[in-house]
Design a protein. Sequence first.
Length: 301
Amino acid sequence: MLLVCIHSRDHRHDAGIYLRNRDDQHHQQIGCFPQELPEHYYDFYRGISGGGGTLYIDLPLLISSFYRMYIYCAALCTLNTGLMERLFAVFFVRDYEYIERLWIQWYLQIWGTSVCIACSVGYTFFGTLESGLFFKIMLIVLLSLIVIACLIFIFISYLNANFLKLLLTTFDIKKYTLSRRFQLEENVKALLLIKQMFLSHGVYCFFAMGLFATPYVIFELNTPELELSIALFETTMSLYPVYFMPYILYLTPSWREKTAIYLKSILKMKPHIRRRVQRTKSTSNEQETKIYFDQLRDLWA
C-alpha cells in the first residue's frame, strides 16, 4: 500500500476505493458488526502520507476506536487477572494473604495491560486491510480465553471447597497450621467474589447483545436510522468503566472500605461504611471445658 502511495496520487485514490470495497464486503459478511471505522483509518494514513485527509479530523476517530477496543478487552482481562491471582494463591504461594508480594501484582497488571494494548493496536492499525479476518481471529482467541478461564475457575473452586471441607471435618486442629486454613478460607471467598463478577458481566453481555440486535430487527440494512442507532449504542457501551467498575468496587468489601477512606481524605467528610457482622454461636460450659482440657493436654504432650 505504501508503494502505491509513493507512485502517484491517482493510485492512492484507486487503492482507497479498493480497500473501501473490501471493507464493505466484510461488513456484509459479518452482518451484525459494523466495519465503517477502518475506512476512516485508511483516510488517516492518506492524510499522513500527503494523499489527502485531515489529521485533526481523523485523529479523534483513531483514538475513539483504540479506546473502545481497549475497554472491550479490559472487561475480559480484569476477570482473567483475578483468576490468575487465585492460581498463584492456590498452587504457587501458600501464604499469599499473609505476605504482600508486589511483583505478582505488577506481573498481573503488566500482563492484562499488554493484552489490551496489543488487541487495540492490532484492530486499529493492522486490521484495516483485513478487518473481517482480524475480527474472526480476535473472536476465536477471546472465546478460547473465556472457555479456558471458566474451566480453570470450576477446577480450582472445586479443589478449594473440598480441601477446606476435608480440613475442617477430618483432620485434627494440630494436624494443620492456622495460616493454611486461613488461606483456604480466603481462596473460597475470593472465588465466590469472582463468580459474582463473572455472572454480572455475563448478564451485562447478554443485555448488550440484545440491545445491539434490536436496530437490525426494526430498521432495514444500510439506512441512516440503523447506522445512527448502532453509533448510539456503541457510544453507550464504550462507557463501560463508568457503571461497571464502581459496581466491582462496591462488591469487594476491602475495596469499598479503601474507597471510602480515600473519599474521606479528599472530601473531608466522614464516610458511612457498612461492615459485615459475623454472628458466632455461643458454646455451652461443657464444650468450653472440653476445649480447655484439650488445649492443656496438647501442651503437656
